[in-house]
Design a protein around this ligand. Structure first.
Ligand SMILES: [Zn+2]
Length: 321
């Protein structure tokens, strides 16, 4: 078994208003255009590296910001192989039963979206971990998402390669990974504590627009979650509010186990809402958290009803003088 520290660059829709493309029921928030990876052995030794560009298929116009940031040219991309061919090579590089390590929460959902859009299996995403979480746990216990630059500085590593190249970023991430206890970090990861519940979404989808929340929950595309692995409809519990604009629900796939979904609403204008839905792996903590939120929301409703009843009583008493 090997650790694959990887990083990707992706191209995004030209602007927020452009509808997201994709296929097979997913919207692509980013089309992968470069994959870079370093293979680490059990003792942190570097066993190999991987770097390939991907020919654009869904978003053919290269976003200017992305081009400036990465320095990847249109010619370079057009000369590259399509995603299925590049992924097959990446898959072969990873070998059997790889453990994927990334810096940040974005890469895995993007990889998953790209795989699904091409009709490819997403098994490779199953064993993946965000090194930020392991870094925080094993250093100062911070909760915020630290930049890679922060982690490099923390360990006195001087970055020697330019940033925003997938292989360079993967290499620097691997240098940080070598300083961490990966085995211990992974054993304690996710599901292992309530603090890591909302890390590492398996899928992220945006929905827009709704006049109000009731209309949003009437939209099956939003309220009925698909299994992140097989895309079949999950058996979903009632959506309950955590207060404010967050809602959560538990869900289950007969084949792929338990999940927890979270919807965050945002006001686009006075009477227009947009929603972002994340699906996470379920765990004992997820279920406990849901039960807790459910109970609180029920008691809030009870208290509200009681208050209304009280007000009616008072009004009546006043009217009767
Ligand atoms: Zn499933």
């Amino acid at each position: 078994m090997a650790y694959i520290v990887f990083d990707m660059e992706w191209n995004q829709p030209m602007c927020a208003a452009q509808p997201q493309k994709g296929k097979n029921g997913v919207k692509l928030s980013g089309e992968i255009m470069q994959i870079g990876a370093i293979k680490l052995g059990d003792n942190g030794e570097i066993l190999g590296d991987f770097s390939l560009c991907v020919k654009p298929h869904f978003y053919k116009r290269l976003n200017k910001r992305v081009r400036e940031l990465t320095g990847i040219s249109k010619e370079e991309l057009n000369a590259a192989d399509t995603f299925p061919l590049v992924f097959a090579q990446f898959d072969a590089f990873c070998g059997e039963d790889p453990t994927l390590l990334t810096w940040g929460f974005d890469d895995i959902p993007i990889l998953r979206q790209n795989l699904i859009s091409w009709g490819l299996g997403t098994e490779i995403c199953e064993k993946s971990y965000n090194l930020q979480t392991i870094f925080n746990t094993q250093t100062d216990g911070g909760k915020s998402q630290r930049s890679l630059a922060y982690a490099l500085e923390y360990f006195d590593i001087v970055p020697t390669l330019e940033a925003h190249d997938a292989l360079h970023d993967a290499y620097h991430t691997a240098l940080v990974a070598k300083k961490l206890d990966l085995e211990g970090g992974i054993a304690a990861y996710g599901g292992g504590s309530s603090g890591t519940l909302w890390e590492h979404p398996l899928s992220t989808d945006s929905f827009y627009p709704y006049p109000h929340k009731r209309a949003a929950f009437a939209d099956k595309a939003l309220a009925e979650m698909p299994c992140p692995t097989c895309r079949k409809k999950l058996e979903t519990s009632k959506w309950v509010t955590k207060g404010g604009n967050f809602y959560i629900a538990l869900a289950q796939c007969a084949e792929h186990g338990e999940f927890i979904g979270r919807i965050k609403f945002s006001h686009v204008s006075d009477n227009t809402l947009s929603a972002v839905r994340n699906i996470f792996k379920g765990s004992k903590y997820a279920t406990e958290h849901y039960d807790d939120v459910f109970e609180k929301s029920e008691s809030r409703k009870e208290r509200f009803k009681a208050r209304m009843k009280e007000q009616r009583k008072m009004k009546k008493a006043k009217a009767e003088g």
